[in-house]
Design a protein around this ligand. Structure first.
Ligand code: 8YV
Length: 328
């Protein structure tokens, strides 16, 4: 640790990812900061500096892999931005007693709003209709009636965590029936549970995917699920691109195995397959589920507060369940 003007030790924090003043400025008051934006910059950190790192602020979806973590033998805590943390090597963290925190709760309502917005835009073709007005087409003819509607549809939510529930609440208010699939039934939700994803896909005509990324859910939504969803089917994904077999999705949309898709996340962001970009029955967003100034500020604040709490000798505020934290 380095000393500040009053001679007190200031813990050293590695700020890894996009340089955000909303994270850096408040951290600077209490910590000595080392900054790297991408994993390639890590090699530029001298060994002696890396060895003094006690905490890490991960400011975006950058890979936090064992290679990087092994540079920092004194690391105690990784405070990661975002509710998803599949970009963090949890196995390494657990093995080395490193706490991992994320930023849940503060983005729940924003992300649920985005899911509903994306669903409506996809079903009712609002983006395509906007292009119709801008291009002057409306002067020639009215916009055709949409085949897609939320009426007479049942939505199957994949993943009934906080965001899944917030989406379900909104759909209830819209009088759209909801069912769900998750690894286990969730207590105190009134919606029908499907233990089998494929059975649920057969029973519904919309899937909203809101389950964590990572190995457990890799390509969970594949060609079989698309066939089960059927020709009126709409897929909405705001979780992680890895949860969808993207090649199977392209084929399902091309062959009309399903009707449409609304996607906020992709397998290899920011690269979106050319086939998807060329399709009319797809709405594409640049991973903006939580991306308002309001909500991103709350997420950034939580990254900072987790580090402040930890280095003040308190428990972390939002440790992930896999974290080795056993109480302080
Ligand atoms: C962020 C997210 O957009 O919280 C998450 O898991 O995917 C989003 O809220 C993401 O972390 C991008 O930086």
């Amino acid at each position: 640790m380095s000393a500040n003007v009053t001679g007190q030790a200031k813990p050293e924090i590695l700020v890894y990812g996009p340089a955000k003043p909303t994270i850096i400025d408040p951290l600077r008051e209490r910590f000595t900061l080392r900054m790297v934006e991408t994993s390639h910059d890590i090699d530029r950190l001298s060994r002696s500096v890396a060895e003094q790192i006690h905490g890490m602020a991960v400011t975006g979806l950058v890979p936090v892999e064992s290679d990087l973590l092994s540079h920092c033998p004194k690391l105690e805590i990784i405070a990661s931005f975002g509710v998803g943390y599949d970009h963090v090597d949890l196995g390494y963290a657990r093995e080395h007693g490193i706490i991992v925190t994320n930023t849940p709760v503060v983005l729940t309502e924003e992300t649920a709003d985005a899911a509903i917005g994306l669903l409506i835009c996809t079903a009712r073709e609002f983006i395509k209709a906007d292009r119709f007005v801008r291009s002057g087409e409306w002067l020639k003819k009215p916009y055709p009636l949409t085949r897609g509607t939320l009426r007479d549809r049942t939505v199957g939510i994949v993943g009934m965590g906080r965001i899944g529930r917030a989406i379900a609440r909104r759909l209830e208010a819209m009088r759209v029936p909801v069912v769900y699939h998750s690894r286990r039934p969730v207590e105190d939700v009134p919606y029908r549970y499907f233990g089998s994803l494929i059975d649920m896909a057969r029973a519904v005509d919309v899937l909203i995917v809101m389950t964590p990324g990572g190995l457990h859910t890799m390509k969970l939504i594949d060609a079989e699920i698309f066939s089960a969803l059927g020709p009126n089917g709409i897929l909405i994904n705001l979780s992680r691109g890895s949860v969808i077999d993207e090649a199977a999705l392209v084929a399902a949309l091309r062959n009309k195995t399903i009707m449409a898709a609304g996607l906020d996340v992709f397998a290899n962001e920011p690269h979106v397959p050319e086939e998807l970009r060329a399709m009319d029955n797809v709405v594409l967003l640049p991973h903006i589920g939580s991306a308002s100034v309001h909500t991103r500020a709350a997420m950034d604040h939580l990254v900072v507060e987790n580090l402040r709490a930890w280095f003040a000798g308190k428990p972390p505020l939002t440790p992930v369940p896999e974290t080795p934290f056993k109480g302080r």
